[in-house]
Design a protein around this ligand. Structure first.
Ligand code: CO
Length: 157
């Protein structure tokens, strides 16, 4: 397990379509473990592979709720509904926060680290985090969806 270096915007890997994972080997497990360690170390609630310099469709999310850590490989959004607007940030954009509107509910399909397919449903902040990370895998950054940038004081207030 190791802490990886986080790629800070601007960097072309952050705006690329990532490749689908085809090998479910020990190396993939190490990448996922390192992504988890890196996310925790930098106090994130999610991390996508391009943020550690890998153009692969791998993301982890953990908002410290009862869902635990969600590992998503080649994830696809099957369904969304509703709407939520709230503050968002990103480990690739230190000290940048903005209001983003996203669906309130999301249903995804993805593969786990053993290559087994699963579906997962989430609402509210967990749905937001999942959608933010899946966007990363398609080179979409949250800043392209910000309706209003926030000052740090507004977040703490
Ligand atoms: Co991000």
């Amino acid at each position: 397990m190791a802490i990886r270096k986080i790629i800070i915007y601007p960097n072309e890997i952050l705006e690329k379509e990532c490749k689908e994972v085809t090998k479910f080997d020990r190396k993939l497990g190490i990448i996922l473990d390192d992504m988890y360690d890196t996310m925790i170390k930098y106090d994130g609630v999610g991390l996508a592979a391009p943020q550690i310099g890998l153009d692969l469709q791998i993301a982890v999310v953990d908002i410290e709720d009862e869902s635990g850590t969600i590992e998503m490989i080649n994830p696809k959004i099957l369904e969304t509904s509703g709407s939520q607007t709230g503050p968002e940030g990103c480990l690739s954009f230190p000290d940048v926060f903005g209001e983003v509107t996203r669906p309130f509910y999301v249903k995804i399909e993805a593969l786990n680290r053993r290559g087994k397919r699963f579906t997962f449903e989430a609402e509210d902040f967990l749905a937001r985090a999942i959608q933010h990370e899946i966007d990363h895998l398609h080179g979409i950054l949250f800043t392209s969806k910000v309706s209003r940038y926030l000052e740090v004081e507004e977040l703490e207030g």
